[in-house]
Design a protein around this ligand. Structure first.
Ligand code: F0G
Length: 348
């Protein structure tokens, strides 16, 4: 039975007898072999589908740890800024723990499903008419001035919990993969993977770091394109971030693993999303598909070695953000429910 991160990995996390046993049974997400796409790319390809966590994203792994420790340390409320998934996760664990949760969202740039989650879980929602980076500045101020625990990835417990994804991958594969390729926004997740692989290597459970490749959307790519993005823009709203707070950690993860950052266009992200769904039956949100988009781009450039073992991290569930996909296709016009009108459609 799934028990959740705090119970399953209690020996590897800062869990004490005073830590509340918070859980939504997060973690233990599937590592799905992507055989069709792997064959096309000439590699052994797996997707770590973290969109199957309780609130539909990888954030739950770190949030359960951060909220449990906040309560243990006496916090009475939590606060975060978010492009959507962090707020959904924070709101859910706050609801579970019975404490208030304030979320600061960049107005108009949060996917519908994520906003609905925050509403449903009862978060106190504040829309900021500015981007995520400004919202995060405000959340930090709120935390400092009002004593609320901040649960963005500036909270060290978040990354400690998020390491669990790398441990699960090592447990399933028997070692680290050759490459790990994943989307990068605020750069917490790639840093957590690095720390997780390092930690397991120290225990002799894997042979060090995989080559880590962090993929950003070209309109929000401060790490990949090494310039400032004061007005980040991308359809992958989850990673619409111009000033990643964990940028330095992520740079060293990439450097020490012999990896790189790269940027992909929005249309490449959308193409990867529909390829993943139509060839493999896996529906992930646009930002999540940046990793696959990066792999396809490297393949086209002749830069993808053959026969290597690659894990791409699908960070969020496709159901969170259906509008991006639906607005990219022509409307599906209804026809009368009569055989004469249907027959012709079946023959197409
Ligand atoms: N993928 C998804 C689906 C995300 O929601 C995020 C970040 C990332 C990738 C990037 O991860 O920030 O650790 O590099 N979402 C944050 C949020 C910023 O507020 O939900 P990162």
């Amino acid at each position: 039975m799934r028990k959740g991160i705090l119970s399953k990995y209690k020996d590897h996390l800062p869990v004490s007898p005073n830590t509340p046993a918070l859980s939504l049974c997060e973690g233990d997400t599937p590592l799905i072999p992507l055989e069709n796409l792997g064959e096309e790319l000439g590699i052994e390809l797996y997707a770590k589908f973290d969109g199957l966590n309780p609130t539909g994203s990888f954030k739950d792994r770190g949030m359960v740890m951060a909220v449990a420790k906040a309560i243990e340390e006496g916090a009475r409320s939590i606060i975060c800024a978010s492009t959507g998934n962090t707020s959904a996760s924070a709101a859910a664990y706050a609801a579970r723990a019975g404490i208030p949760c304030f979320v600061l969202l960049p107005a108009g740039n949060v996917a519908m499903g994520k906003l609905a989650q925050a509403v449903a879980y009862g978060a106190k929602i504040i829309a900021i008419s500015d981007n995520f980076d400004v919202a995060l500045d405000m959340a930090r101020q709120g935390s400092e001035r009002l004593g609320m625990a901040i649960v963005n990835s500036v909270n060290p417990y978040r990354l400690l919990g998020q390491r669990s994804a790398s441990w699960e991958i090592c447990e399933e594969l028997g070692d680290r993969p050759d490459w790990l390729i994943l989307p990068v926004g605020n750069a917490g997740n790639i840093s957590a993977y690095r720390e997780g692989f390092d930690y397991y290597a120290g225990l002799g459970r894997c042979s060090g770091l995989p080559k880590m490749i962090g993929v950003q959307a070209s309109g929000a790519a401060p790490l990949a394109l090494e310039r400032e993005f004061p007005n980040p823009e991308t359809i992958a709203t989850a990673i619409r971030i111009g000033r990643p707070v964990n940028g330095e950690k992520a740079k060293s993860a990439v450097k020490d693993s012999g990896g790189s950052f790269m940027a992909v266009e929005d249309r490449e992200i959308l193409a990867a999303q529909s390829l993943l769904a139509s060839k493999e039956g896996v529906f992930a949100e646009p930002a999540s598909c940046a990793g696959l988009a990066g792999l396809l781009k490297l393949k086209n450039a002749g830069k993808l070695p053959q026969s290597i073992k690659v894990v791409t991290v699908l960070t969020g569930n496709g159901l969170k953000d259906p509008n991006v996909l639906l607005s990219s296709i022509p409307p599906i016009e209804p026809v009368p429910g009569e055989w004469s009108s249907l027959e012709e459609l079946f023959r197409r």
